[in-house]
Write a protein that binds this ligand. Structure first.
Ligand code: NAG
Ligand code: NAG
Ligand code: NAG
Ligand code: NAG
Ligand code: NAG
Length: 423
């Protein structure tokens, strides 16, 4: 199978055959991007020409460690929290409470090949974010990560729900940690750009939606300017039938069943929407925040899709030899990383940091981490087979270990750069 990949570091477009080897290479390039993005806009004006040069800005630890390549290892100490020590687990992801009998899935940690991923330290996290704000923007998988963060912090502090102070989508929420003056928000926006139902029969799981690919969804963009960290989560919703608009005109569609409209694929919509989101953030006058793209979160339905009896009953992780990201999930991931690579360069010109939480490949190894039939529908009191979201506690807690790791590295690097400027 052939994909078009933008080679991120030199901007040249090449058509490459995806083999494991090439994938590994691009993976290394992507990781490089994510590390480069840690270095605030103080790089030489043309940093890509001399990679070694920009590497020298990094601390030793970053230089030698790619935290996203490694393996899941047994961690008999178990998770950070449970349903009794964190009362903020949503029903939908409260797998043990919903009757999941096996608990082994909670006893694994991510072990990078070349270093340790430090345990999450709530005090450390809250110290870094004192007086700051963080927003999760996107779909329900982003909300899943935010709930995980709430629980990881619950041992040290509980927030107040201050959503009432804002005009929000009903699925959005804002929390405030008074002791740390830290605001944590979730802005619900499944496509990041404006979308509306287009099906005369109303909204259903497979109804057509109109997407205005060059118009950002106002529900989050009007609120985002002052946030210090913005974590973008998107992807799953681009697999439904969509009609694409640009400048108010139909430009194409995905699965729209209309011979008069060109099918541009779902990746087209995903890329274009992500680009609009990043470009808007970069262009916002008052925005000084760090933008973080959490890459595509893989699903693990087996023996059928979600609505055709598919399920995910495995109770152990895969090894790297057993499973790789491939097919449509690989392509969704590559689409995101391509846009990230281009926009990160633009961001850097303006002194803004873009980080990549590159979790797709390593979460592909966790078919055991989903609620499966111990999930719940959001709106109805019925169980559903959920192989998209992640049990809490569970492997999604690792995403916040990465987040804290990057926040610590980011602040170290910024301060060492400041020192270099002084001298
Ligand atoms: C890159 O920078 C390093 C360190 O400044 C230097 O030694 C090296 O010659 C440079 N390489 C190129 C290709 O410019
Ligand atoms: C967590 O971080 C705080 C503040 O840096 C430190 O005092 C404490 O020892 C850390 N806890 C653990 C378990 O490492
Ligand atoms: C709390 O943080 C906000 C920024 O998020 C800042 O504007 C405000 O001055 C802080 N308040 C206190 C009491 O430190
Ligand atoms: C396609 O375009 C033709 C000519 O404009 C029109 O007659 C037809 O109804 C259109 N078909 C659909 C499915 O919109
Ligand atoms: C959900 O349904 C179960 C049985 O189907 C019932 O025991 C439980 O009380 C219900 N919960 C709520 C919140 O309605």
């Amino acid at each position: 199978m052939k994909f078009q990949i933008t080679e991120l570091l030199n901007g040249k477009r090449t058509l490459v055959n995806i083999s494991k080897r090439v994938f590994l290479l691009s993976f290394i390039l992507f990781v490089t991007i994510s590390l480069l993005s840690l270095v605030r806009g103080s790089l030489p004006s043309s940093p890509k020409k001399n990679i070694t040069n920009s590497f020298s800005f990094r601390s030793k630890e970053i230089k030698k460690c790619d935290v996203f390549s490694g393996k899941w290892v047994s961690h008999p100490q178990g998770p950070y929290y449970d349903k009794d020590t964190c009362h903020l687990i949503l029903d939908q992801q409260n797998c043990i409470n919903n009757g999941r009998p096996d608990i082994e899935f909670m006893n694994w940690r991510w072990k990078p090949d070349e270093c340790e991923l430090p345990l999450f330290n709530a005090t450390q996290f809250l110290t870094i974010v004192r007086g700051k704000s963080m927003a999760f923007v996107g779909d329900s998988v982003g909300r899943n990560q935010m709930q995980s963060l709430l629980c990881l912090l619950a041992g040290v502090a509980y927030p107040n729900d201050i959503s009432g102070k804002y005009t929000l989508h009903p699925y959005s929420s804002v929390w405030f940690y008074a002791d740390y003056n830290f605001t944590l928000a979730k802005f619900w926006s499944t496509f990041l750009v404006r979308g509306s139902d287009a099906d005369p029969d109303g909204h259903s799981y497979n109804s057509v939606m109109n997407l205005y690919l060059d118009e950002l969804d106002k529900s989050w963009v009007t609120q985002i300017e002052k946030f210090d960290y913005v974590i973008i989560s998107t992807g799953q919703w681009f697999f439904r039938p969509l009609v694409y608009y640009e400048s108010g005109q139909i430009v194409g569609c995905y699965k729209c069943n209309n011979k008069n409209i060109t099918d541009l694929t779902n990746y087209y919509g995903l890329k274009r929407a992500l680009r609009t989101a990043f470009e808007t953030l970069i262009g916002l006058k008052g925005y000084k925040g760090v933008t973080i793209l959490r890459t595509y979160s893989p699903q693990h339905f087996e023996n059928g899709q979600w609505n055709r009896g598919g399920s995910c009953g495995r109770t152990r992780p895969f090894t790297v030899e057993e499973k790789r990201l491939d097919g449509y999930m690989l392509e969704a991931y590559l689409s995101q990383v391509e846009v990230f690579g281009t926009e990160e360069k633009e961001a850097r010109k303006k002194g803004l940091q873009f980080w990549l939480l590159d979790i797709s490949e390593l979460m592909m190894l966790r078919p055991d981490g989903h609620p499966n039939r111990y999930g719940r529908s959001r709106d109805k009191n019925v169980s559903i087979n959920d192989c998209v979201h992640w049990c809490m506690p569970g492997p999604i807690d690792t995403w916040n270990e990465f987040l804290l790791y990057f926040m610590k590295m980011g602040s170290q690097i910024s301060s060492s750069l400041k020192l270099q400027k002084v001298f």
